[in-house]
Design a protein around this ligand. Structure first.
Ligand code: SAH
Length: 218
């Protein structure tokens, strides 16, 4: 069960979380503002109410996780998002990351391979606040060719390799943020499409994501 009430206590805990994330080196105030505006406890079972504002990942349905707030902030900051940009997210999960992108006025397209998680988000009233956020059930390795090309692509699961179709769906000048690696730990990369067929790569910190899996799951 979830509780959709945002009390002063929740807002206070959220402010502390945002300050802690700023203290860990996130400096993009638009990212921090978006996280201040989104009640993270709405995205989790009420059993987690008291710990929803700890800087930790938590279990959601289907053995999946809602990413750690610091990780969400880190990936979002690397995106260098501008309002109205088209963003493709792979791995909707709880839809928390997608909401942060939507709160920052991007046009967000997010894909989830687990049908149960996809269905849960269709019934999640808070998300109706974002007409600029669209949900898809499918395999993220395929991307969304009919809606592309995208200004930005963000992958929120551990990618075993850089999915070629996602690179194809990136605009020239566009950026992809992707944690790559098959073991427990992945390296965060930022890829920039400098020209058709030309990619430059920057390497950032290590993170731990659930795996990006091929195909979709009923
Ligand atoms: N962005 C999420 C974190 C999700 S965890 C959040 O803010 O909560 C990673 C998610 O990626 C899981 O829900 C998993 O089911 C999904 N996933 C894994 N492989 C995928 C694929 N190939 N296509 C789409 N989603 C995928």
């Amino acid at each position: 069960m979830r509780i959709y009430e945002d009390t002063y206590r929740h807002k206070g805990m959220r402010k502390q979380l945002v300050d802690a994330i700023r203290g860990k080196g996130i400096s993009d105030e638009r990212v921090l503002d978006a996280m201040m505006n989104i009640p993270r406890h709405y995205f989790m079972d009420s059993a987690f109410d008291k710990i929803a504002y700890e800087d930790r990942a938590f279990p959601i349905a289907e053995g999946q996780t809602i990413s750690q707030p610091y990780t969400v902030a880190y990936q979002t900051q690397l995106l260098e998002l501008k309002p109205y940009e088209k963003v493709l997210e792979i791995g909707t999960g709880s839809a928390y990351q997608a909401s942060v992108l939507a709160e920052m006025e991007a046009q967000v397209f997010t894909i989830e391979r687990q049908r149960t998680l996809f269905e849960l988000n269709k019934e999640f009233g808070f998300l109706k606040k974002y007409p600029n956020l669209k949900f898809f059930y499918g395999d993220g390795f395929e991307g969304l060719p009919t809606y592309g090309p995208f200004d930005k692509v963000i992958i929120t699961a551990a990618a075993p390799f850089i999915p070629p179709k996602l690179l194809q769906q990136l605009k020239t000048g566009g950026k992809m943020i992707i944690p790559v690696g098959e073991g427990q730990v992945q390296r965060m990369l930022r890829l920039t499409k400098t020209a058709e067929g030309a990619i430059s790569q920057e390497v950032f910190d290590d993170f731990s994501f659930v795996p990006m899996l091929e195909g979709k799951n009923n």
